[in-house]
Write a new protein. Sequence first.
Length: 150
Amino acid sequence: MPAAFTDEELAAEREREAEGVAAPTVLMRAAALGDAARVRALLAAGAGAAADARSFFGMTALMHASAAGSGDAVCALLEAGASVDAQDVDGWSPLHFAAHHGKVESARALLQAGARPSLANRNGVVAADVAAAIGAAKLAAMLAGDASSW
């Protein structure tokens, strides 16, 4: 069971988000840890409006969860309305982050939610290229559309 958040912590979080502060939110930090239980608790406590909030360089909670490899946190954020194809300032999507970290579970959840594997970053690189570059051949094949690699 995740630690409870005080009303003061949640109020401060909402105030910071309303002001457009670019620092990572509590939701982003929980997502970055792959802490699906805490992500769900925060969403239940009203952080759902922040599902697509952006931090430094345009990062979202879904990008952090995708990099962490928590398919459950990814699904929770998608259910809360997070944009499956959001892109950061460099054009990286959650699928790019999953690929960069070799996270098959995250990539599978994103693809099942409709993520576009053909979405290129600002350098023209797609997620399959990122997976191939780190030596994750099976993940690269999955992202390239090879259904047998699922």
